[in-house]
Ligand binder design. Structure first.
Ligand code: NAI
Length: 716
């Protein structure tokens, strides 16, 4: 069966319907390329009989984009062959574009990456007016560029400046926003309406040529050499560098492809684009981001660490205890996915405040055209605020998000459990208290599990599922189903202090603070954090978390370690945190003063006194930036290995995805364990040993790392 149905009607309109056999979505793989090439040859033969062409899709998604598996395999040695293949595909698309006949894209579903590029190569784009449809070029988010003509056509269509957010940030829009941006030409109410409109366009435009193929074409918004545009473009690379911090090559290559391509004719621009595309495809960052990151993410979504043999559960009613920052967010994320929520707090007023949070987020969605008033009302109707535990009757799952206090958590567990359906699950959103300990208050510890959300819940995709000593596989499987049902990413970890994410995150923050104690300039520390690819510097994030909270967690850990007969080894960062809080009264951002100053009417800046208090010019001068960057990435990767070694983490996939989505571990690496694989396990172990000698045992290569280094095998 051909992947493109060829239907030349009696009205001489050719409908090409893309329908890749055996695939749930159309993708730009070798089967598609072959089909396109055959189709092009057939069109060439039939050209005299054709008045116009409609490109449609038989799938729910119009076209999903490139085949990442294929791209992932391309190596340095294949670069030329890859370029030839891409240029061949583009030549086929170009033939239809330049054959003189009107070509209309009838976009019935989401068109991302290659899908949108096919539509851009048409003379006219009609999209179904459905808010769930997305249009965009997300290649940059995987370290790639839109190599099917996207960097050439989009700027020629809407101007360089307007195209940049789509090309360099991977901005996605719904059909209405796409129409406003000038990416599509018409919206249709139904598929039939879309086809009628396509025919009308063909009837009205018997001859068609893209604007950029016409004589005297003027670049919308100004060509690169126009003085105003030239001025903007001159500073663009510097601005990009500030964002990518030298870690991500794709945005810079996209900028180059678009700007250089804009200075030549379309066909030469297209060749320039292919060259940059190939460079990115064979590069390590794209390999990390497409390979490890993307495939591992999909592996987790497909089932990951979910125990097999447990029937999938669909949740209908979920109770949330505590309508504070986390509870309100959990209620929102649950209700937006069609589940009824009972939101309970100590007073109805508090519970209603929690519901109002959902209203605020939904109103924003409506105002951005991403939701209708009716849809908003439906979601809000699902949330029942209450101060009575009786309303929890019949919940399939109750999640507690009350204050971080073991006794209070025990009390609410006791109140809520009897209201659950038989075999219902109780989840705790604790950020620090071991699940096994909290489960002691449960009448059914086998049905007790940790569901650790991240703040802000509506934006953060990860949920750490924490398995206590007595948690059953059945409960784990069903908790996994709930997390998937609300569209979040589940990673499974076994109970441990700080679980996985908080534990690794703590090493990052402490390392930065420790550098300050050694005498490094605070600005260099923050810079090293950003340049290593972390989203925020370690001092800034300490302020966000609050140093008093860090003291509280550490004191509790020390108490528990000593109570268990262990010895507490203080981290060198502890003395700095104590000095900041106890001597200087600087607790963090919420208190208005921490490592940073927070002026009422201005941007935060590093507290100047840090220089006098901590900086040692001699040390500051002698430590290279690379060493600081290494320390930041290494300390987290080493702690992640320890989590694997101790069985806190079950799989490398969970480690990589959890580190990126939970901690913000530099996405260019593909995750904390992929960073080690890519660095070379042996070389990593050696460098870790060097750092241990210089900075202390916390860098000492764990046994599992040494074993891997010895056998010269990657983590997999
Ligand atoms: P919060 O202080 O904003 O909200 C706690 C809510 O619990 C308050 O509205 C309070 O009235 C309510 N509450 C107290 N006793 C209650 C009871 N008996 N029944 C029902 N509600 C009761 O706290 P937040 O930040 O939402 O944290 C909640 C939990 O989530 C804590 O265990 C925290 O450690 C954990 N967590 C917090 C994160 C954060 O970034 N804030 C991240 C992940 C977990």
């Amino acid at each position: 069966m051909n992947a493109i149905h060829y239907d030349l009607g009696s009205d001489q309109i050719l409908t090409l319907t893309i329908d890749m056999p055996g695939q749930s979505a159309n993708t730009m793989n070798s089967a598609f390329r072959e089909a396109l090439s055959e189709t092009t040859a057939r069109v060439k033969g039939d050209l005299d009989k054709i008045r116009g062409v409609i490109i449609a899709s038989a799938k729910k998604t119009f076209f999903a984009g490139g085949d990442l598996k294929e791209l992932h395999k391309v190596t340095h040695d294949d670069a030329q062959a890859f370029e030839d293949m891409v240029n061949g595909l583009k030549a086929d698309m170009r033939f239809l574009e330049t054959a003189g006949k009107p070509v209309v894209a009838a976009v019935n579903g989401t068109a991302l990456g290659g899908g949108l590029e096919i539509a851009l190569a048409c003379h006219h784009r009609i999209v179904l007016d459905d808010d769930s449809i997305q249009l965009g070029l997300p290649e940059v988010t995987l370290g790639l560029l839109p190599g099917g003509g996207g960097t050439q056509r989009l700027p020629r269509m809407i101007g360089l400046e307007a195209a940049f957010p789509f090309l360099m940030e991977g901005k996605k829009v719904n059909p209405k926003a796409a129409l406003k941006a000038g990416i599509v030409d018409e919206l249709a109410d139904s598929v039939e309406d879309m086809m009628t409109r396509a025919r009308t366009f063909i009837d009205a435009n018997p001859k068609c040529q893209q604007p950029w193929d016409q004589k005297g074409f003027k670049f919308p918004g100004g060509a690169p050499h126009h003085p105003a545009m030239a001025q903007k473009l001159a500073i663009a690379p510097a601005m990009l560098k500030q964002k990518t911090r030298g870690c991500y090559p794709a945005p810079e290559r996209i900028l180059s492809a678009a700007v250089e391509g804009a200075q030549v004719d379309f066909d030469n621009g297209s060749l320039i684009e292919t060259r940059y595309f190939a460079e990115l495809v064979i590069g390590q960052v794209a390999k990390n981001m497409t390979g490890t990151f993307w495939f591992q993410l999909n592996a987790i979504k497909a089932g990951g660490s979910r125990p097999e043999g447990v029937e999938k559960e669909t949740f209908r009613k979920v109770g949330v205890l505590g309508a504070g920052m986390m509870g309100a967010g959990i209620a929102y994320s649950t209700a937006t996915r069609g589940i009824d929520v009972v939101l309970k707090d100590v007073s109805l007023e508090n519970a209603e405040k929690g519901k109002a949070y959902s209203e605020k987020l939904l109103t924003k969605k409506v105002s951005r055209g991403r939701m209708t008033e009716e849809q908003k009302a439906t979601v809000l109707d699902r949330i029942t605020p209450t101060d009575s535990a009786d309303d929890l009757d019949g919940c399939d799952l109750v999640i507690e998000a009350v204050f971080e206090d073991s006794e209070l958590k025990a009390k609410v567990t006791g109140e809520a459990e009897p209201k659950l359906v038989a075999n219902g699950i109780f989840g705790s959103n604790t950020s620090t208290i071991p699940i096994t300990q909290l489960a002691e208050a449960s009448a059914k510890p086998e049905n007790f599990i940790g569901l650790h959300f991240f703040s802000p819940v509506d934006k953060m995709q990860l949920v750490e599922i924490i398995v206590g000593e007595k948690t059953s596989d059945d409960t784990l499987a069903r908790a996994f189903d709930y997390v998937q049902q609300i569209g979040k990413i589940p990673v499974v970890v076994n109970d441990s202090r700080g679980f996985f994410t908080s534990r690794v995150f703590g090493t990052f923050v402490n390392e930065g603070i420790c550098m300050l104690g050694e005498g490094i300039h605070p600005a260099s520390i923050e810079n090293a954090g950003l340049l290593s690819g972390m989203p925020v510097g370690p001092l800034a994030i300490s302020d966000e978390v609050s140093m008093t909270l860090m003291q509280h967690i550490r004191n509790q850990s020390r108490k528990d370690t000593e109570a268990a007969g262990g010895t507490w080894n203080p981290h060198p960062a502890e003395a700095i945190i104590d000095a900041m809080v106890n001597e200087h009264g600087r607790k963090g951002k919420a208190a208005g003063a921490g490592f940073y100053e927070y002026p009422a009417n201005g941007k935060k800046y590093l507290w100047p006194e840090l220089e006098t208090l901590f900086v040692n010019p001699e040390t500051a001068r002698s430590v290279p930036l690379q060493e600081l960057k290494d320390r930041i990435l290494f300390i987290q990767a080493i702690e992640t290995v320890r989590c694997l070694e101790e069985g806190v983490l079950r799989t490398v996939e969970d480690a990589n995805i959890g580190s990126i989505f939970g901690i913000g571990y530099a996405p260019w690496t593909g995750g904390a364990i992929q960073f080690i694989n890519q660095y070379g396990v042996r070389a990593f172990a050696q460098r870790a040993a060097e750092l241990a000698e210089r900075y202390g045992e916390r860098f000492a290569p764990p046994r599992l790392l040494l074993e891997k280094a010895e056998s010269n095998s990657d983590f997999s």
